[in-house]
Design a protein around this ligand. Structure first.
Ligand code: ZN
Length: 447
C-alpha cells in the first residue's frame, strides 16, 4: 500500500525537531520520503492521501516486556492476601498459567494485541507461560498478533518449577517456534513476529536447563529473555557467594542478544557484568511497585552504558503509563528533581527501539526514509508551544495514549479513528470474558 500522510505535525525522533507543513510518504512497509506537502503532491501524484487533520505523528511505542496471559489476572480475587513476592507467584501467576488452555492463550493474546494498538504500541516483546498447554502455545499468540496487525518477539518461559520434563518441553517449544519463524521469514520475507528463548528466572532454573537454553539460543542465533533480581529471593543463589547475574553468566545466558528484566537488587559488580556482556535490560516500574519488590537503579544501569528499555510486565498494555511512573519513581526514589527526563526519554524512545531492532534486524522507532512504516497519529491539543526540544516534557506532563487515533504498522493501517481495522474488538472482548471465566474456574480447582 502506498500513501502520503499530510496535514499533521511530525516528531521524527532523530533530529529533535517537529516538522510542520510536511508530508510523510509510505510505500509498502517502509517510509519512502519525508518532504514538504507541495513536493509530495508533485512527486507522488498517484499515491492515496491520508489527511492527518492536525494530529501529532510519531513513531509507534514499543513495549519491551509484557505477559499477554496476565490479561486474565485482571479482576481475579485471591482467597488470601499474598505475603511477599514468592507468595504472589505461588498464589496467582503460577496458578493462572497452569489454568490456561489453548483458547485462553489465544484470547488473552488477542485482547492484549488490541489493547496495545489502541494505546499506540506498534511492537511488543512477550514472555509466555502455560505449563498445561506448552506445545504450539507460541503459534496461538502469533496468530493473535498477525490478526490484529501487531509486531512482536515471542518466547516460552522455561522453568524447572514443574519438573524436568516440562522444562525440556518448554525448551522444545522455543526451538520449534524460532526455527519455524526462521524458515517462514526466509521464504516470505515477512518478519513481523519472531522468537527468542524464554527463561523464568535463576531461582527456578537448574544448571543443566540453563546450559541447554544457552546452547539452544546460540545454535539459533538468538538470545535469552529472563527475569533477573526482581526480588531478593532471586538475587543470591549461594548466599553471599554467587549472584544470579554471575550464575547466568557462568551458564552462558548473558550476551548482546539477551534481555534481562527488572534488575532491582543488582550490585555494581552485577551491572558491570551486564555492561561487559552487552546484555540488554528492561525496567517495569508499575509492576515493581505493585509487587512491592523495590526500585531498579535505572540511573546507575544507564550510566554504565547498558541498553535499558521499558515494559509493562503485563500490568496493562499501555506503555505510556509506565513511562510516567518511571519518571516519578526515579525522582521520588532518589529525592532528586533533576532526574527523570533524559532517563525516561532514553528508555522510551531510544532503548526500546534499539532492543527490538537488535533482536529482529528491523529499523523501527524512527521516522526517516528507509525506516519501517510504524507510526501513530494522536490528538494532542497543547496549551503551550510544542517544539522538538521540549517534546518529551509534553509527553511526560500532558500526553495521553488514550488519544491515539490511527496506528500504522509495516505500512498497514491497523487502527483508524480509534477502531481496529482488521478485527472486531467487541466480539474479541466478549469471547475473552467467556474464556477468562472458564480459566478462573480451573484456577479455583488448582492447589
Ligand atoms: Zn515479567
Amino acid at each position: 500500500m502506498s500513501f502520503v500522510i499530510t496535514d499533521g505535525f511530525i516528531y521524527t525522533n532523530h533530529d529533535n525537531q517537529i516538522l510542520e507543513d510536511h508530508a510523510l510518504v509510505v510505500e509498502d512497509n517502509i517510509i519512502l520520503d519525508i518532504c514538504s506537502k507541495n513536493q509530495a503532491m508533485k512527486k507522488y501524484p498517484d499515491f492515496n492521501q491520508l489527511d492527518a487533520g492536525g494530529k501529532l505523528i510519531m513513531p509507534g511505542w514499543i513495549n519491551a516486556h509484557t505477559h499477554f496471559y496476565s490479561a486474565f489476572g485482571r479482576g481475579l480475587l485471591l482467597n488470601a492476601i499474598p505475603q511477599n513476592f514468592p507468595d504472589i507467584l505461588k498464589q496467582l501467576w503460577w496458578k493462572l498459567d497452569r489454568a490456561l488452555d489453548e483458547e485462553g492463550i489465544y484470547y488473552s493474546a488477542l485482547t492484549g494485541a488490541v489493547s496495545a494498538i489502541k494505546h499506540g504500541v506498534t511492537a511488543v516483546i512477550d514472555h509466555h507461560a502455560s505449563p498445561n498447554a506448552i506445545e504450539g502455545s507460541l503459534d496461538h499468540i502469533q496468530k493473535a498478533l498477525d490478526q490484529a496487525g501487531l509486531k512482536g518477539i515471542l518466547c516460552y518461559e522455561v522453568t524447572d518449577r514443574n519438573g524436568k520434563e516440562q522444562a525440556k518441553r518448554g525448551l522444545e517449544e522455543n526451538r520449534r517456534f524460532i526455527s519455524l519463524r526462521h524458515g517462514q521469514i526466509k521464504n516470505s520475507g515477512l518478519n513481523a513476529v519472531q522468537g527468542m528463548v524464554g527463561l523464568h528466572a535463576s531461582f527456578t532454573l537448574k544448571d543443566d536447563t540453563l546450559d541447554a537454553a544457552s546452547d539452544l539460543a546460540k545454535s539459533l542465533g538468538t538470545g535469552c529473555h529472563f527475569h533477573l533480581a526482581e526480588d531478593k529471593a532471586d538475587q543470591w543463589q549461594i548466599p553471599d557467594q554467587l549472584s544470579s547475574t554471575e550464575r547466568m553468566h557462568q551458564h552462558g545466558i548473558l550476551g548482546g542478544k539477551s534481555l534481562a528484566i527488572h534488575g532491582i537488587h543488582l550490585r555494581e559488580e552485577d551491572m558491570d557484568l551486564l555492561a561487559e556482556t552487552r546484555t540488554m535490560m528492561v525496567h517495569n516500574p508499575r509492576s515493581n511497585m505493585n509487587n512491592g519488590v523495590g526500585r531498579a537503579p535505572v540511573e546507575r544501569i544507564l550510566s554504565k552504558g547498558i541498553t535499558m528499555g521499558i515494559g509493562t510486565d503485563g500490568m496493562s498494555q499501555d506503555i505510556l503509563q509506565d513511562l510516567h511512573a518511571a519518571f516519578l519513581l526515579l525522582r521520588h526514589g532518589k529525592s532528586d528533581p533533576r532526574l527523570g527526563w533524559k532517563e525516561t526519554q532514553k528508555m522510551g524512545l531510544e532503548c526500546n527501539a534499539a532492543i527490538f531492532n537488535r533482536l529482529t534486524g528491523q529499523n523501527t522507532g524512527v521516522l526517516r526514509p528507509g525506516a519501517a512504516a510504524d507510526m501513530v497519529l494522536s490528538d494532542y491539543q497543547s496549551p503551550a508551544p510544542l517544539t522538538g526540544q521540549n517534546f518529551w516534557t509534553h509527553i511526560l506532563y500532558g500526553f495521553s495514549s488514550l488519544k491515539t487515533d490511527t496506528v500504522i504498522i509495516d505500512g498497514r493501517i491497523v487502527m483508524e479513528k480509534g477502531r481496529l481495522v482488521h478485527v472486531d474488538e467487541d466480539e474479541i472482548f466478549s469471547k475473552a470474558r467467556e474464556c477468562a471465566g472458564k480459566t478462573w474456574q480451573r484456577f479455583s480447582e488448582l492447589k
